[in-house]
Design a protein around this ligand. Structure first.
Ligand code: WQD
Length: 345
């Protein structure tokens, strides 16, 4: 079965491509390489033995998107990761995010409908919940206006998809990730943000390797046990496996609705300080960090109630925080992504 993975040279896309190939699916990648490199496709091949074909273009180009579906007969499903995803950048450049994330999704859905591709897995985010009033978060937790244009594009992309499946012959599952982190055990693929990392764990590992002088801890005066914000960190390989489980649910006709939503988290929240301490314990490094002012837009705490995904998908996150820290550190030490590092902040 041929599966089109958009954004497949990115962090979660590349790990999902590996799991798909290892479970017997044929993988096709489209990526504009705006936040990844073509070399990732080679590394997927090094892990699985099969380098997935990579089509490099922007899904905002409707003509090129349509051409791909014309040329690539027999696509059974699409897993849609392709999107800009920097919260900070989206605040500075909202139209770049609304144009890219929304137009690419519309083009994709139009071509899927024209070519009889009936199944879509969408990469969504817990960001759509904003700061929940109650924790843990379930799939019925009310959505709130996201704190950033990036998060709002995820909510709007879900709306575009859920409205489309009502009439088009396409069914969809949205997977709302909590905080993806870690790396593949081979250390051949991992989180390789271009430029200065927004996210906590790549900033930790880049500080430990000496590429950053110190980690800024954005505030320790929050309403949490140690004052630092809490997140539900989930290993990227656990996340990738969930995509294959959701895909098989669709292809085997087991969906209970044309549009389904699942939270993908571990159910365990960790504070920033707990993550730092876990990294130090696993790596044996003393991390250089300083507490600074809060980061605008940060929520205080969020973690998932993963029981619906556990029950309905038969999937459960298996890897713990130490594995996330250890695999992220191995990936950083492998240094395969140093080309994407920019000078220090
Ligand atoms: C986590 C915590 C920061 C960097 C991200 C994505 C979002 C979604 C969920 C995909 C916060 C603190 C961070 C640093 C720090 N993923 N921090 N110093 O903001 O929860 O959201 O994951 O859809 O799109 O942005 O993740 O890793 O940026 O921050 O203290 O240098 O770490 O304040 O409390 P976040 P993050």
């Amino acid at each position: 079965m041929k599966i089109l993975v958009t954004g497949g040279t990115g962090f979660i896309g590349s790990h999902t491509a590996v799991e798909l190939q290892q479970q017997g699916f044929e993988v096709l990648i489209v990526d504009d390489l705006s936040n990844s490199t073509a070399e990732v496709a080679d590394r997927i091949g090094m892990i699985t033995g099969t380098k997935p074909p990579l089509h490099v273009f922007d899904l905002c180009d409707a003509g090129k998107t349509e051409d791909l579906f014309i040329r690539e007969e027999g696509i059974a499903a699409v897993i849609h990761f392709a999107a800009h995803k920097s919260v900070g950048e989206s605040v500075q450049q909202p139209l770049k995010y609304y144009r890219n994330n929304l137009l690419s999704t519309v083009n994709l859905l139009e071509s899927m409908a024209r070519h009889g591709v009936k199944h879509l897995i969408f990469s969504s985010s817990c960001t759509v919940y904003g700061q929940p009033d109650e924790l843990p978060v379930t799939e019925h937790t009310p959505l709130k206006r996201a704190e950033s244009p990036y998060g709002n594009t995820k909510k709007i992309m879900e709306d575009i998809i859920s409205d489309t499946v009502k009439t088009a012959d396409v069914a969809a599952i949205s997977l709302r990730y909590f905080n993806p982190t870690g790396a593949h055990e081979s250390a051949l693929i991992g989180e390789a943000p271009s430029g200065i990392p927004d996210n906590l764990v790549p900033y930790i590992t880049q500080t430990a390797i000496g590429a950053r002088s110190f980690l800024r801890v954005f505030g320790d005066d929050y309403d949490t046990p140690d004052g630092t914000p809490i997140r539900d960190y989930i290993h990227v390989v656990d996340l990738a496996k969930a995509h294959v489980v959701a895909l098989k649910r669709m292809l085997d006709g087991k969906c209970k609705d044309r549009y389904e939503v699942f939270n993908l988290g571990t159910g365990r929240g960790y504070s920033v300080m707990e993550v730092i301490k876990a990294f130090e314990r696993v790596s044996g490094m003393n991390l250089n960090y300083q507490v600074v002012a809060r980061r605008p837009g940060d929520i205080v705490k969020i973690w998932a109630d993963p029981s619906y995904a556990n029950r309905e998908l038969g999937w459960k996150a298996e890897k713990g925080l130490d594995d996330m820290m250890g695999s992220a550190w191995n990936w950083e030490q492998a240094g395969l992504h140093l080309s994407t590092l920019s000078t220090d902040a």
